[in-house]
Design a protein around this ligand. Sequence first.
Ligand code: IPM
Ligand code: MG
Length: 375
Amino acid sequence: MYQQLIDQAVAHYRTLLESQIKRAENMNSAADEKKKEKTVIGLVGGDGIGPIITCQAQRALEALLKDEIAQGKIELKTIEGLTIENRMACGKAVPDDVLAQIKSCDVLLKGPTTTPSGGTMESANVTLRRELDLFANVRPVAVPEENIDWTFFRENTEGEYTLGSKGIEIPDLLTMDFKVTTIAGTKRIARAAFDFAKNNGKTHVAIVTKSNIMKKTDGMFSKICHEIAAEYPGIQADEYYIDIMTANLINPAIRSNFQVFLLPNLYGDILTDEAAQLQGGVGTAGSANTGSRYAMFEAIHGSAPRMIAEGLGDYANPESILRAAVMLLQHIALPEKAEKLSAAIEAAAKACPVTGTKEGHTCQEFGDALLAALK
Ligand code: IPM
Ligand code: MG
């Protein structure tokens, strides 16, 4: 009765497997060493509250990088068109002309983009992470008064995300999605995490999996991470299952012992929202997506369509995208400017707290306070 559907599904599965074998064989992790005369920073507003918060980040970057821009060392390039309306009209997660503009930049600051749930339209984030091969999602979270200083290294191109829009459906009966983990993909994120630990005086890396259940994919992730760990003698690596780790993060007796986390894509997605909430909310954390050629920095929260629908867009908190801008400045080797922006964010947050409601300050007021603090 299901023979035709099974045949179709098997044919579909064959093409998926072939494409993933090709991806695994061609995976790149060597850094692009090309020295460039000019760094092009692309500013992509995105949807919902995205353009509102990105606008304040743009003001901050224009002020901070005034000299470099005047000297032609840095160019800020505004990229339009990564909106849900345009993406739906083109039927593409990232329309071709927008992708071409994005690829003409070196680093990007990106506002959140709306992902329709269900259907077959892929998330723009997932498309960009794949197209630009941004394999490391680095998310720092700090709560100084509690001695919490965590850095998450989330694998960013594999796991449930690789084929998340390419599952199989037997109508009225069942659905199947696929999870993909490659050796090369795991090695490169593991190296990124252990190199970071080594270069930043960290002594512990927590590997987070569910390898007791996801035996093939997480089992291999765990094995490879332990193999890489053996190359870093001063650093202790321990494996935790994702369920107990979500509990550990809210256990004040032990959570400050954690330093660096190394996780597959989906667990990293979930755990970093929990961690950001402990820092003060997902609106406060920035996120770096880095690869060997490109890097993209973004807020970790979504486009907040509810805020827009309720007329609260102007009250959106730009802190998360500004923290992403701090990471961008660190990435392009401008640590003093990063420090300056970071201090200005702290000052603006004190002077002009934004709560996401009409009781709080507006995004624009926060930006004004930020610019004043940058002077
Ligand atoms: C994130 C976001 C994205 C993700 C969404 C918007 C696709 O939640 O960056 O954590 O799931 O990775
Ligand atoms: Mg997320």
